[in-house]
Design a protein around this ligand. Structure first.
Ligand code: SF4
Length: 296
């Protein structure tokens, strides 16, 4: 970006989202997801296409307004690799990413989770706020009630790094014992990465009186790091790389733990082959299926 122009480039495989919009005065704006436009009262125009290079320059009539030109197209990749993790975890629910509503996608994944892994429970709840939208889909599909049995605190006067991890989680999420006492609950969270927070949450719910805690995740297990720009932990830190699903369930302390399968998700989202799923399969670009089988 200079005072005269903005150049927007999206990589040919399209890993990360890049969208374009206009403010009321005609100024072009670029952002990683559409929710940013709400903050600055901009109107969504379209996605910057994978491989596209756009140049926005000031027009001669009117300060701040711009002309946008398709300057160049980078060499086409053999296939797109749109980041699947954006839909599950990274993007805000009110955003549109890769032409998909993040809210509706998460809601539908919650419904799939209910079809595949129902639990006869007293109520379902989410880990706030990450599992909330999928919880709504899950509970609606099964016709079960939901409760807000963990209350999220949005402010804290103690710096989080000064305190122990469990205390940090407790400062953010407080249980409601009168709802949990003696109950069998399903907890929906968006993903499990290191597993430490999930373990603490299950412990908190049990300490507050929950009789059974069943964890349901509307995404596949994360088993590898990302090398395409998403800041993920190292492979060795990932719970589902280190452990089998049964071992992870024991470690977390849940009565059961289930993940939605990649196949189900891709079939639901459509155009599954256009998505990158390397952190769920361990198969990065240039990696053969055989190498993954050997690694697993
Ligand atoms: Fe997204 Fe995972 Fe692919 Fe990285 S490896 S781009 S986080 S899907």
């Amino acid at each position: 970006m200079t005072s005269e122009m903005v150049v927007a480039v999206r990589d040919p495989r399209g890993f990360r989202s890049l969208v374009m919009g206009f403010r009321e005065d005609g100024t072009v704006v670029f952002a990683s997801e559409t929710c940013a436009f709400n903050l600055i009262h901009a109107r969504y125009e379209r996605e910057v296409e994978p491989g596209e290079v756009l140049v926005a320059t000031k027009s001669e009539n009117g300060r701040g307004s711009v002309n946008v030109e398709r300057f160049h197209e980078l060499e086409k990749a053999e296939s797109l690799k749109l980041c699947l993790f954006e839909l599950f975890y990274l993007s805000r629910p009110e955003s549109f990413v890769f032409g998909h509503s993040v809210y509706l996608t998460r809601y539908r994944l919650g419904e799939l989770l209910a079809e595949d892994f129902p639990v006869d429970c007293d109520f379902a709840m989410a880990v706030p706020d990450s599992g909330m939208v999928s919880l709504l889909g899950y509970a609606s599909k099964l016709g079960i009630s939901i409760q807000q049995a963990l209350i999220r605190s949005h402010d804290s006067f103690i710096q989080p790094r000064e305190v122990h991890r469990k205390r940090k989680v407790l400062m953010k999420l407080a249980p409601v014992p009168e709802i949990l006492e003696g109950k069998k609950v399903v907890v929906v969270d968006d993903s499990i990465v290191r597993g430490t927070t999930s373990r603490i949450i299950v412990e908190i719910l049990r300490s507050a009186g929950a009789r059974e805690v069943h964890l349901r995740i509307p995404s596949p297990p994360v088993i590898d790091s990302c090398y395409y720009g998403v800041d993920t932990p190292t492979k060795e830190e990932l719970l589902l790389f280190k452990m089998s699903q049964a071992e992870a369930c024991d470690y977390i302390g849940a009565d059961s733990l289930e993940f939605l399968s990649l196949e189900r998700i891709k079939a639901k989202i459509g155009n599954g082959r256009h998505f990158c799923d390397a952190c769920f399969t361990g198969c990065h670009i240039g990696c053969s299926k055989r190498a993954v089988e050997l690694a697993v």
